[in-house]
Design a protein around this ligand. Structure first.
Ligand code: ATP
Ligand code: MG
Length: 395
């Protein structure tokens, strides 16, 4: 079947009252953005609480569906046949021809689900269901009706045009990116932070990112891995401004001055401070991390409290109650896992102490930081001044 249009189903945004218009506009914009790299000519059209993607000429069906599967706000992608109303007999022929083309194997159960959104159509929904069902049974005797659990739900919606579809490809759900402000993701090369970014973006939040790089202790390949992860997230969010911060001098200084068991916490506090600086610069309203209670020494309740203390912005930790396995499942589903498990070094692991504190005392951590007064402001300023901002596109 050569489909020329897709009907886009969305749920959550339909209930947003008078904001609905803005949400639909945002969804249409995200769909256009996602389809830009796909081969073909697409028009995204809003009509009576629906969004259609119309194609013109040849296009790549699989790539189109794949692109749409990355647009938050979409619940279902329905390849649809749009027909002019030329009477019921003509519609019947179209439906039979549709079934013949779409279902090679006719031994299926089905149900006709007609909806008369245009009330001047001469037949009521129930009549359409009955008459069309009969026509299908007659034309394809191997089929059977099952009104409870049909293999094929044949949807016929009588609107300005008649919409005929029976395939609903699941979308990612959520809300269109851009409808809920922006946040700064602390993106490392691990499994957790890309998932955290995905989850917040799914709620309609635009994402920028910051990565703390520690050359020569972390390699160019480690940095490239983070760029690659940002690319994967950008499939869902659109382009991401990735801030690559040179963190080496700060880490070395902390290493020289502070007790080694406190290194990780002090270092993480500087990461948060810097992330917040860039977040403010970009107009972000919060920070996002991949932290989860108890996963490592720096993620105990005490450690999280110590890290959190330096932030004035809200810090979103969507994985806070997730087990690793649950995080891995999302990572695999969103296509990040293979990249996340590549074995390049991480700046946190290089300077990590053998026995980091698991219950840091805030007074001690604050005192540690007084040991840094001589140079830390200049080093932080230097990190700010030498940041490299990479615009990462979907890939
Ligand atoms: P991840 O799998 O996301 O790397 P993790 O389990 O390794 O997480 P940590 O290394 O303690 O945990 O990091 C906790 C969070 O801090 C990360 O999820 C990420 O948001 C942030 N983070 C850690 N290291 C970096 C870094 N080098 N650059 C940017 N953010 C980082
Ligand atoms: Mg990590």
């Amino acid at each position: 079947m050569d489909y020329k249009s897709f009907l886009i189903k969305y749920a959550e945004i339909a209930i947003k009252g008078k904001n609905r218009y803005l949400f639909e506009e945002a969804l249409a914009a995200q769909i256009r953005r996602a389809l830009k790299p796909v081969e073909g000519n697409f028009t995204v059209r809003r009509e009576q609480g629906r969004i259609y993607v119309d194609t013109e000429g040849s296009y790549d069906y699989d790539d189109t569906v794949e692109a749409l599967r990355h647009v938050f706000g979409i619940v279902g992608i329905c390849p649809v046949v749009l027909l002019a109303d030329e009477g019921f007999d003509r519609l019947k022929d179209e439906v039979l021809s549709y079934i013949d083309q779409v279902y090679e194997e006719k031994r299926f159960t089905f149900k006709v689900n007609a909806r008369r959104a245009r009330k001047n159509y001469p037949l009521e929904s129930m009549e359409i269901n009955a008459r069309m069902g009969e026509a299908v049974l007659e034309a394809f005797p191997e089929t059977r009706v099952d009104v409870h659990h049909p293999d094929v739900l044949l949807c016929i919606e009588i609107r300005e045009q008649i919409n005929l579809y029976s395939t609903v490809i699941p979308g990612p759900g959520g809300m269109p990116v851009g409808t809920n402000g922006k946040a700064m993701l602390l993106l490392s090369g691990g499994i957790d932070s890309p998932v955290a970014g995905y989850m917040i973006a799914k709620r309609g939040v635009s994402i920028d990112a910051v990565y703390f790089h520690a050359p020569p202790y972390t390699s160019d390949r480690a940095k490239q891995k983070v760029v690659d992860l940002a690319r994967i997230i950008a499939r869902y969010t659109g382009p991401i401004r990735l801030h690559v911060v040179n963190f080496t001098a700060i880490q070395l200084y902390i290493y020289e001055q502070c007790p080694h068991e406190d290194l990780t916490i002090v270092m993480r506090r500087y990461m948060m401070r810097l992330a917040e600086h860039f977040a403010n610069e970009c107009g972000s309203l919060g920070l996002i991390t991949g932290e989860s209670i108890g996963q490592v020494a720096s993620q105990t309740m005490q450690s999280l409290a110590a890290t959190n203390e330096v932030c004035t912005m809200p810090v979103y930790r969507p994985l806070i109650g997730f087990d690793k396995q649950e995080i891995v499942e999302v990572s695999e589903r969103i296509g990040a896992y293979e990249t996340s498990i590549l074995p390049y070094e991480d700046c946190c692991t290089i300077f990590v102490a053998k026995h980091p504190v698991t219950k840091p005392n805030l007074n001690i951590i604050r005192r540690d930081e007084t040991l840094l007064t001589e140079k830390i402001d200049a080093l932080v300023q230097e990190a700010v001044d030498t940041v490299e901002v990479i615009r990462v596109e979907a890939g």
